[in-house]
Design a binder for this molecule. Structure first.
Ligand code: KET
Length: 397
């Protein structure tokens, strides 16, 4: 029955993370996967999450199926978090929000919906992007192309080329954009560039699809929603998939959401209905435990304040690691400019290391990063940053 199957080559990020776990070396360093580790190299369980779980346990509630679209309190909390409670689009009821199985679930449900209802639309993503963006949209039967983004010569964005490419797309093309903390480069659009881009998306009748997986790791929780709010202000219809995996450190809970901002409440109702149909024939309904955590942390003022402080601390620890990495590398390799480690935002930096250099780092020094040269800066800590920087200095030509 199955002899004709092609073996699965594995996912480049998840397989490398598995390989790291098996490495017996005590001084190994995991910069592969986009997970926040604390200064001791552990995945933290935030106190606000523990408290939310304690409340749920004390209440001892039953565990019925959630509605197809997920928990009402979580969906409302997500809208307030992303757009602001007072935003006109929220008040007008013109946003369709579903709780999804991580933001990955949201991305894919949105892609399936688009394939069904806008069947002629192709998707355009940044060059480079998170590899799974391509896999998810192609998996939904949507053609995937790229627009220019990262400029290896300057370490910045090729904004003129990007604008030109976007201006040439057919109406209703899907434009996938990282709302903040671009994966894998760490290079974001400036606010000024967003303000230039949004009218162009509107004028060309394009369909922006934002991925907000690292909210709070850039400049702050509300600050990182800048592009989401700018698009909502502009009157454009768009998708945004957001994740709590990183911001609440609840990866395996699969906590995420998909919101579609529509022209009016009647359209939002239609969209929500068809998104529900998409979910029902796929995984039926999302996870109740994830909803319990997220809705409590976002809505309870004490838990919310604790969460905001935790997010700030995680963001600041990463920034401190960027500084240490930059300082050690600059000392070891004088005359070379490592300023990009300081200017790049969020969990990731694009080191410019070649695949051969990445292999050497892993084999010789036990430092794991994916072969594109992306590092997860959150894998660095005060105990390993100097050693890692020295290893990097040793493999750089
Ligand atoms: N979007 C982006 C841009 C992203 O980097 C990830 C995960 C996700 C969505 C998925 O998030 P979730 O809500 O947990 O479904 N990225 C890291 C892990 C992975 O590849 O799955 C990574 O890039 O290492």
């Amino acid at each position: 029955m199955f002899q004709h199957l092609e073996p699965y080559a594995g996912d480049p990020i998840l397989s490398l993370n598995d390989e790291f776990q098996k490495d017996p070396r005590a001084d190994k360093v995991n910069l592969s996967i986009g997970i926040y580790f604390d200064d001791k190299g552990r995945i933290p369980v935030l106190q606000c999450v523990r408290d939310a779980e304690a409340q749920m346990l004390a209440e001892g509630g039953a565990k019925p199926y959630l509605p197809i679209e997920g928990s009402g309190p979580m969906r409302q909390a997500v809208q307030h978090l992303l757009f602001g409670a007072e935003h006109g689009a929220v008040k007008a009821g013109r946003i369709a929000t579903l709780q999804t199985v991580g933001s990955s679930g949201g991305l894919r449900v949105g892609a399936d919906f688009i394939r069904r209802w806008l069947p002629g639309s192709a998707m355009w993503m940044s060059d480079p992007s998170w590899d799974n963006h391509r896999a998810m949209f192609e998996g939904a039967g949507i053609a995937v192309h790229t627009y220019p983004y990262y400029d290896p010569a300057t370490g910045g964005v090729r904004f003129d080329a990007l604008r030109e490419a976007i201006a040439g797309l057919p109406a209703r093309s899907i434009v996938l954009l990282h709302a903040c903390c671009h994966n894998p480069t760490g290079v974001d659009l400036s606010r000024e560039q967003w303000r230039e881009l949004v009218p162009l998306l509107r004028q060309r009748e394009l369909l922006p699809y934002l991925d907000l997986a690292y909210q709070g790791y850039g400049d702050g929780i509300a600050e990182d929603a800048y592009a989401v709010r700018l698009l909502a202000d502009s009157g454009v219809s768009f998708f945004v998939a957001n994740s709590f995996s990183k911001s609440m450190s609840v990866y395996g809970e699969r906590a995420g959401a998909l919101s579609v901002v529509c022209a009016d409440a009647a359209e939002a109702e239609l969209v929500l209905g068809q998104l529900k149909a998409t979910v029902r024939r796929n995984y039926s309904s999302p996870a109740i435990h994830a909803a319990g955590i997220v809705s409590r942390v976002l809505a309870d003022p004490k838990l919310r304040a604790a969460w905001e402080a935790d997010v700030a601390a995680m963001r600041e620890r990463i920034q401190a690691m960027r500084k240490s990495l930059h300082a050690t590398l600059s000392a070891k390799r004088p005359g070379r400019d490592f300023g990009y480690f300081l200017s790049q935002r969020g969990m990731f930096s694009y080191t410019g290391l070649s695949a051969a250099q990445v292999d050497r780092l892993r084999e010789q020094f036990g430092v794991y990063l994916i072969r594109s040269g992306r590092i997860c800066v959150a894998g660095l800590n005060t105990g390993n940053v100097e050693r890692t920087a020295s290893a990097m200095a040793a493999v750089i030509d």
